[in-house]
Design a protein around this ligand. Structure first.
Ligand code: AMP
Ligand code: GLY
Length: 427
């Protein structure tokens, strides 16, 4: 099978890595990491015609779309219309991510637990609501904002400022509609399922670390590290997530004529009493969650993606079993990330023969310059994944690899998976 992965970040490198076990891999545009696994095709993922032309030229059997923006622009519909097999939801189904206002409404109609919220198209109405509701509040641009559109505000003043900025155009069109919601306390969990719109296959649960600094301090980022599996997500909790969240939302999508097909990512807050509530839905793999979920996943993903894309007698198997493996990934970011990452620094990597065992280095924002030197080219530069029989062992591997990568001003957390390490120590 010839598979094209659309995108060029750490998640796409992880997808190529997983798919290359059983397929010939192409990546568009890809990065220096994906180039080691297959063929990179330079193109803009937002250019549907260019992707369709690449599919034809390289005789691609299946296209897997990594990021949300091309899906929200209708890439899956575009490719499917010409009879091509594509793993990723339609533009309409992608609204679960591309419009938080739509997602909130869908959750309300489907009875899915989530934070109480109100949606505003008018600045003054939003400001008045904020003034009359207790802080902390979370102010969100409804549209796609590359993971930066949710602002947790402990003071009314900052919530008002966030709403003003959004209506003032800080996130462009994405901020024309603003959702203000109740702040939820608890522990975050990322649950990813593969689905053909009806049946589901649950992938090993994972936990992201959104804050820039150790101890979960500092600004929100796209994610500074992750681990999988997560013991908090025991069978009881996962059964509730499926019963109360995943199945009702899939049923809702079927009922509105926009069945959801692809990978559905439920970002969940689990409160102290163990109750799950949805923070957001994403219509794609998480980044950096993919860099831990895919390495511990024991199933042939190419086969499952193919059958789901083909609507062909898909039999979900149990994918929750990780075979006793734990993965931890540490993101190495450029100095200045997330607000103003400084790019262009030369990167030194451990040579392949000196690469530590049980580690995988996923490229994210890297590129080769004209003289072939590998340089930083994005906010999140590389992801250092460590594998082991325990979370402690995997975390040590991940940190060792993170230490072995060099570039000026590299920023990373040394405490990824700290909650799981504490849980493991307590038992
Ligand atoms: P979102 O884009 O909606 O997933 O939000 C990004 C991040 O903001 C989440 O992963 C949480 O860390 C935080 N967040 C979003 N909504 C809430 C909420 N209602 N309560 C607490 N934290 C939240
Ligand atoms: N790591 C969070 C996301 O992919 O949205």
């Amino acid at each position: 099978m010839r598979v094209l992965v659309v995108g060029g970040g750490g998640r796409e490198h992880a997808l190529c890595w997983a798919l290359a076990r059983s397929a010939t891999v192409f990546c568009a545009p890809g990065n220096p990491g994906t180039a080691m696994l297959g063929t990179n095709i330079p193109l803009d993922p937002m250019d549907g015609e260019a992707v369709a032309a690449a599919v034809a030229k390289h005789r691609i059997d299946l296209t897997v779309v990594g990021p949300e923006a091309p899906l929200a622009a209708g890439l899956a519909d575009h490719l499917a219309a010409s009879g091509h097999r594509v793993f990723g939801p339609s533009r309409e189904a992608t609204r679960l991510e591309s419009s938080k206002a739509y997602a909130k409404q869908a959750m309300e109609q489907a009875g899915v637990p989530t934070a109480a919220s109100r949606t505003f198209t008018d600045r003054e109405a939003a400001l008045s609501y904020i003034r009359h509701h207790p802080e902390p509040l979370v102010v969100k641009a409804s549209g796609l904002a590359a993971g930066k559109g949710a602002i947790v505000c402990t003071e009314k003043r900052s919530a008002e400022a966030a709403a003003r900025e959004m209506f003032g155009g800080r996130f462009g069109d994405a901020g024309r509609v603003v959702v203000v919601e109740e702040y939820l306390e608890g522990e975050e969990l990322s649950v990813l399922v593969l689905t053909d719109g009806e049946a589901v296959m649950v992938l090993p649960p994972s936990q992201d670390h959104k804050r820039l600094g150790e101890g979960d301090q500092g600004p929100n980022t796209g994610g500074m590290g992750a681990y999988s599996p997560v013991s908090l997500a025991d069978t009881t909790l996962m059964a509730r997530v499926l019963r109360e969240i995943v199945h009702p939302i899939l049923e809702h999508q079927r009922s509105v004529g926009a069945p959801y097909r692809g990978v559905l990512y439920a970002g969940i807050m689990v409160d102290d009493a163990g109750n799950p509530k949805v923070l957001e839905f994403n219509c794609r793999f998480g980044d950096p969650e993919a860099q831990v979920v895919l390495p511990v996943c024991q199933v042939d993903l190419a086969e499952h993606f193919w059958r789901i894309a083909a609507s062909e007698s898909w039999q979900p198997t149990s994918a929750a079993d990780t075979g006793g493996h734990v993965a931890v990934t540490t993101v190495l970011a450029a100095p200045g990330y997330p607000s103003q990452p400084v790019k262009g620094a030369a990167i030194s990597l451990p040579s392949p023969e000196r690469l530590l065992p049980d580690t995988i280095l996923f490229h994210a924002g890297t590129s080769h310059d004209a003289s072939g030197v590998l340089r930083t080219a994005g906010g999140r530069v590389v992801c250092a994944t460590g594998l082991g029989p325990s979370v402690e062992a995997a975390a040590i591997r991940s940190r060792e690899l993170a230490d072995a990568v060099g570039f000026e001003g590299k920023v990373f957390r040394r405490d990824i998976a700290w909650r799981e390490v504490a849980r493991a120590g307590a038992t």
